[in-house]
Ligand binder design. Structure first.
Ligand code: S3P
Length: 429
């Protein structure tokens, strides 16, 4: 993908109504489970991001027929038996694809290789390699625990595993492998992570049990295809919700938005900060809460995000830090060391870009402290090729004095190709 830069001019406010493409986390899971389910799964409002396209590409390489209809509906024919891929599976920029698919591949009767782009090739994989090896799979990585991975799948047995870090990707890889294992597999996590895998497994017909932070699945269960509309991505909505909270006179409505409580902490944080938020039309689809959210400006005070909340907000932390200077008392983020091993070192890049905009901020090993009541000036923003950094600083740029240039703006395509166009459609100047 060719790199490009975009100019963002300051905004007066944010006004309008939006419907967003399907949630990335749910799209990955539905596509992967569709691949191993009996029958044809039909998915509407599937994520338009390149990451989910990587997952779909991989399941196609594994022998599943995939059809995209002119109205955008995705049809996936499940395979009773996945096929050994002729070539290395290309996971692109997507850690979710590599880590979660590894769980399924660990239980297959063939060997395969998974690779990714430069950013993914730097990301740690020991977190999935260790438990999948304990279940009986043979997995090797090129250098230490970095991709590419070679997986020699086979007979798996259930384990009881406590993850050292709270990661939904790791939990999902283990539960997916658990479907192919003898007896039961349980995963316990220090803090509860997003539960889309549990909801999706139930939607496809599997039974799971949960007790506090431990979830268990019995091996040998068969899945059945579903028809679903993927709810709008709340991590993509985060940029609009934060932008709307910033400016007096803003009023933004987002329909069909994912509101699963394990993902919707941003709404609580924005309320604590002082934004005016209301939720209507709540419905449940395949275990996922969906609704319409309205956000209006309120005077933003300050917030400290730590512990379980940092885990729940892991993808929204860059944009929360980026609006920190516009609050009265600032935004402090703790217990978020994982941000250093995302698509980029998000702590370092947030700090660097805030400073480029003239803000003071304190970078810490596991987070940041961004003092409030600071004016930002337009600047050259380095996205580091990371979609969430590019979009977070587009939001910061709306409140700055003067124009900003977002370098590496094309990275938005990883999760949200429509972002910049949609932003212009609701920003008033
Ligand atoms: C995801 C989990 C999170 C998140 C990522 C998507 C998921 O990663 O950052 O964007 O869909 O399970 P970790 O599980 O590594 O924290």
């Amino acid at each position: 993908m060719e790199e490009f830069s975009l100019i963002i001019r300051p905004a007066k406010n944010v006004l309008g109504a939006l419907r967003l493409p399907g949630d990335k986390s749910i799209s990955h899971r539905y596509a992967m489970l569709a691949a191993i389910a009996r029958g044809t799964t039909r998915l509407r409002n599937f994520s338009t991001g390149a990451d989910c396209a990587s997952t779909v590409g991989c399941i196609h390489q594994l022998g599943c027929a995939v059809r995209k209809h002119p109205d955008g509906m995705l049809e996936i024919d499940g395979c009773e038996q996945l096929a050994a891929p002729a070539q290395s599976l290309d996971c692109g920029n997507s850690g979710s694809t590599m880590r979660m698919l590894s769980g399924i591949l660990a239980g297959q009767n063939f060997s395969c290789r998974l690779h990714g782009d430069e950013s993914l090739s730097r990301r740690p994989m020991a977190r999935i390699m260790t438990p999948l090896r304990l279940m009986g799979a043979e997995i090797t990585a090129a250098a230490g625990d970095r991709p590419p991975l070679e997986i020699h799948g086979g007979k798996l047995h259930g384990i009881g595993y406590t993850t050292p870090i709270s990661s939904a990707q790791v939990k999902s890889a283990i539960l997916f492998a658990g479907l192919f294992a003898t007896d039961e597999t349980s995963v316990e996590e220090p803090h509860r992570t997003r539960d889309h895998t549990e909801q999706a497994l139930r939607a496809f017909g599997a039974e799971l049990s949960r007790s506090r932070n431990r979830v268990s699945v019995r091996g040998g269960q068969k899945l059945t295809a579903i028809e679903a509309v993927v709810p709008g991505d709340i991590s993509s909505a985060a940029f609009f919700l934060c932008a709307s909270a910033l400016f007096p006179g803003s009023n933004l409505v987002i329909e069909n938005l994912l509101l699963n409580p394990t993902r919707a902490s941003l709404l609580d944080v924005l309320k604590i900060l002082g934004a005016r938020i209301s939720v209507i039309n709540l419905e449940e689809h395949h275990g996922e809460l969906v609704g319409t959210v309205k956000v209006e400006h309120g005077k933003l005070t300050g917030v400290t995000i730590e512990g379980a909340q940092s885990v729940a907000l892991i993808d929204e932390l860059p944009v929360l830090a980026a609006i920190g200077p516009y609050t009265r008392d600032g935004v402090e983020i703790r217990d978020a060391k994982e941000l250093r091993v995302k698509e980029s070192d998000r702590i370092a890049l947030v700090a660097r870009n805030l400073r480029a905009m003239g803000a003071e901020c304190e970078e810490r090993d596991d987070g940041l402290r961004v003092p409030g009541n600071q004016k930002l000036r337009g600047a050259e923003i380095d996205s580091g090729g990371d979609h969430r950094i590019a979009m977070a600083f587009a939001v910061a740029a709306l409140g700055a004095e003067g124009e900003s240039v977002i370098h590496g703006a094309e990275s938005a395509r990883i999760s949200f190709p429509e972002f910049f166009t949609m932003l212009e459609s609701v920003v008033e100047r």
